[in-house]
Design a binder for this molecule. Structure first.
Ligand code: GTP
Ligand code: MG
Length: 237
């Protein structure tokens, strides 16, 4: 039985997104008026968590998980997966909280979900593109995607973007205790495990735009974590 009033949960991980989140949340609801929204905030010093607490007290469809300290995007995503499973949602949608993922693509993402288990809002399939990134970021992202998709035999073109819809029934089948990534490498790791549950994938093209406000949390430590995770998985049977 579905105990949640909405079958769709949109999850956002946040660390210092106060200049983006208050405009993004209503824009998401405008596209998906019946979806619930979950924010996993890591004690953002800029007050993002406080804003979320106020919204959660005013809107039954808005939920927040407050964590103590910056624990990473990967563990935040696992928190969202657990929440979606525990509350019997049918679809879990994840997206960044900085306007890089346009809420206007949400209906198309969910329309595609009729035919598969995982829908990826993709920068690298036909029709997808990136706006506002410098050449070196495009290059690193492109090379990393080519390498991870080839080495991990992932049937997608964009394995490092977080704009995704997951069928929760598939997430239940994952060996969740085995997921290791604390940071950004969870994106490739999750696809690898989903592939091994025989999940089906589809990509829809998106236009990815550089963040509207605030500062990037991507760094060389995260890049290194991705390379390490991809190498480990590539050698695993
Ligand atoms: N809860 C939580 N959220 C995080 C953490 N690190 C990043 N995020 C969030 O994850 C999303 C992606 O992070 P970004 O900093 O936008 O990373 P990016 O998209 O690779 O880089 P830019 O868009 O250039 O900033 C954003 O919503 C961040 O606020 C973290 O440690 N904990
Ligand atoms: Mg971003």
């Amino acid at each position: 039985m579905n105990s949640a009033e909405s079958p769709i949960l949109v999850a956002l991980a946040t660390y210092n997104e106060i200049d983006n989140l208050p405009s993004l949340v209503p824009a998401i609801r405008q596209q998906l008026p019946t979806a619930d929204i979950l924010v996993v905030d890591d004690e953002s010093p800029d007050g993002t968590g406080k804003w979320c607490g106020q919204w959660a007290s005013q809107h039954s469809w808005f939920h927040v998980i407050h964590r103590s300290g910056k624990l990473g995007l990967g563990t935040a995503a696992r928190e969202a997966i657990d929440f979606a499973i525990d509350r019997n949602y049918r679809w879990l949608v994840t997206m960044d909280a900085d306007w890089s993922h346009d809420p206007q693509s949400l209906p198309a993402l969910l329309e595609a979900s009729d035919h598969c288990d995982v829908v990826i809002g993709s920068r690298y399939c036909d029709g997808g593109k990136i706006e506002g990134w410098p050449w070196y970021r495009r290059l690193i992202s492109r090379l990393l995607n080519k390498a991870s998709c080839a080495l991990l035999k992932l049937p997608v073109h964009d394995a490092s973007g977080a704009f995704r819809a997951y069928r929760v029934a598939r997430l239940i089948e994952l060996p969740r205790a085995q997921l290791r990534s604390a940071g950004y490498s969870y994106l490739e790791e999750l696809l690898w495990y989903l592939k091994h549950t025989a999940a089906t994938f589809q990509e829809i093209p998106i236009v990815f735009r550089d963040r509207r406000a605030g500062r990037s949390k991507a760094n060389f430590h995260e890049l290194w974590g991705k390379l390490a995770m991809i190498s480990q998985l590539a050698f695993r049977r």
